[in-house]
Design a protein around this ligand. Structure first.
Ligand code: SAM
Length: 238
């Protein structure tokens, strides 16, 4: 998987992505990161890439031409059609299913807006997937792009070690993950659930499944609509 990020703040992306698990994956060549500074494609000596919005109103708008040229420069190195994700609060809301779908791509382009956004004409020209990370407005698309790249990277084979496996995590099968515990067995008079110390694999699995269903019902009941529950589990919830 190779990520190309069109941004006005490449340092933010590089610093964020070269940390922890994603940093390790980049070093090991499991994921590639190419940041493109849109400002380098400005067509004026002041390197300005934004201007006032037609029709008036607050803020500035990123101009079409530098964004288009930055994209063309990236596309030169990609031989096949590529999905271009525009980070925008107006897009389809990102979720684990979308992360899985995008993890199957060989290359992905992320376009980060700033200020009031980007001239609509270039978006019409190059964007295939407008995506939001939630119903709130941020100052720029850099954090959303990193959120997406992090979630996608975890699903690229080899990025997670066995102990960090993505199997059975929250949102698989529309359920949240069960609660986790580590040493010590008693912490400030709070003991770890006994079944986890029993060494009885089947009982542990049963307990985890039950906790997963209960936790989803308590914290994210909206997910249960799509979850596959046994009649016994439905009864337990009632
Ligand atoms: N004027 C735009 C609107 O009302 O839809 C918001 C622009 S926002 C201040 C600036 C940039 O931040 C956007 O172009 C987008 O790239 C990014 N952004 C802000 N919130 C986001 C979100 N929830 N998801 C994805 N990107 C977001």
């Amino acid at each position: 998987m190779r990520f190309h990020v069109l941004t006005l703040f490449p340092d933010m992306i590089v610093n964020g992505m070269h940390t922890s698990i994603t940093g390790r994956a980049i070093e090991r060549g499991l994921i590639g990161l190419n940041t493109v500074d849109i400002r380098n494609y400005a067509d004026n000596k002041h390197m300005r890439v934004d201007d006032y919005p037609y029709g008036g109103g607050a803020g500035m708008v990123m101009q079409a031409e530098p964004v288009y040229r930055a994209f063309e420069a990236v596309k030169e190195h990609i031989s096949h059609p590529v999905r271009v994700v525009y980070l925008t609060p107006q897009g389809r809301v990102f979720n684990q299913e979308m992360a899985g779908e995008l993890a199957g791509e060989e290359e992905l382009v992320f376009l980060c807006g700033h200020y009031e956004g980007i001239d609509e004409r270039v978006l019409e020209e190059i964007v295939t997937d407008p995506v939001s990370i939630g119903d709130y407005v941020l100052t720029g698309g850099e954090l959303p792009a990193m959120v997406m790249m992090d979630a996608i990277s975890r699903l690229v084979p080899g990025v997670l070690h066995n102990e960090e496996s993505a199997v059975g995590e929250s949102f698989q099968g529309y359920l949240l993950e069960y609660p986790q515990y580590s040493r010590p067995a008693v912490w400030r008079e709070k003991a770890v659930p006994e079944v986890l110390l029993s060494g009885h694999h089947a009982n542990v699995e049963r307990w985890r499944r039950e906790q997963s269903v209960l936790r989803t019902a308590k914290w994210r009941p909206d997910l249960l609509e799509n979850a596959e529950l046994t009649p016994k589990e439905r009864e337990m919830l009632n």
